[in-house]
Design a protein around this ligand. Structure first.
Ligand code: PAF
Length: 299
């Protein structure tokens, strides 16, 4: 167990990997006793540039960085891709070590779900969890809020970072942390995109070459819709309908294309200026999500 506690000179140079909560807690306690601040990035692995940008920011914000890799079964619905979710721990671990992570926490199911899944305790953020993605993935955000609570309680970070591709998820987690009085700052970080605009996502790996070539239409449509809103003060319902139609015509199967208040994802009224356009669309076997922030000019 003591081998987990690296000396000051070693820490930050060599990444440690732990699989159990007792080992995780021991290292966190050790760092806390030394007065170190901690930044945390929860992930499901299969890491891409978006995850690495979160790690880079985490390293700027705190003395020590922790990333978790755990594919959380309870946030997947029946028939979703839990069984096929890519597991690339060895490759992820190499990337994280090369990018200066201090501690990788890669638990197995029994660590985070000691009582199984049937009657276990869940954390639910009402209302916000039931709209947009929540409408199409019932129980998804409760699964996310539950696992993130478990992770925050054990990692006890000062700050936890999440990518804004999952914008609704960031708002759910912020609300959960506020309501449960977790002493942590939840930070949403900008979406990282491929050169052609496609938001980086582990699920992009499900796209065939042909689908991958089509996929940037999502971000293009978001950009065009944002422009319409800013320039012509177009009606929200019209822009939403146009966005749905553009994606359908391109061969995608959109679930929603929706303009919301950025602050709380409520339906915007005529006076609302800080907006977000959010989309979820199927392309082949991949369910892709994306969003864009729109600041409407005053008056
Ligand atoms: O965004 C993700 O990768 C997951 O939803 C999270 C936050 C790690 C919870 O499992």
């Amino acid at each position: 167990m003591n081998t987990l506690l690296l000396s000051e000179s070693e820490a930050g140079v060599r990444m440690q990997t732990v699989h159990g909560l007792p080992n995780l807690r021991e290292i966190i306690l050790h760092w806390r006793r030394q007065g170190h601040s901690i930044a945390f990035v929860p992930t499901m692995g299969n890491l891409h540039g978006g995850h690495l940008s979160l790690l880079a920011r985490a390293r700027e914000l705190a003395d020590r960085t922790v990333m978790s890799i755990f594919v959380n079964p309870i946030q997947f619905g029946r028939g979703e891709d839990y069984e096929h979710y890519p597991s690339t721990l060895a490759e992820d671990s190499r990337k994280l070590s090369a990018n200066g992570l201090d501690l990788l926490f890669a638990p197995d199911l029994a660590q985070l779900y000691p009582g199984g899944f049937d009657t276990d305790t869940r954390v639910t953020v009402p209302e916000l969890s039931d709209i947009l993605c929540g409408k199409f993935r019932p129980g998804h955000f409760s699964g996310v809020a539950t696992v993130v609570s478990k992770l925050l309680i054990n990692v006890q970070p000062d700050v936890a970072l999440f990518g804004e591709k999952d914008y609704q998820q960031v708002l759910v987690i912020k609300r959960m942390a506020k309501d449960l009085c977790f002493p942590v700052r939840i930070l949403g970080m900008p979406i990282v995109r491929e050169a052609d605009g496609l938001a980086m996502s582990s699920r992009n790996a499900y796209l065939s070459a042909e689908e991958r070539a089509l996929a940037p239409v999502i971000y293009r449509t978001l950009q065009q819709s944002a422009l319409k809103l800013r320039q012509s003060g177009a009606q929200f319902a019209q822009v939403e309908a146009d966005g749905m139609r553009t994606l359908q015509q391109a061969g995608l199967r959109p679930e929603y294309f929706s303009i919301r208040r950025a602050e709380d994802l409520g339906e915007p009224g005529p006076g609302d200026r800080d907006l977000s356009i959010l989309v979820a669309a199927w392309l082949g076997k991949a369910r892709l999500i994306d969003n864009i922030r729109v600041e409407l000019p005053a008056g």
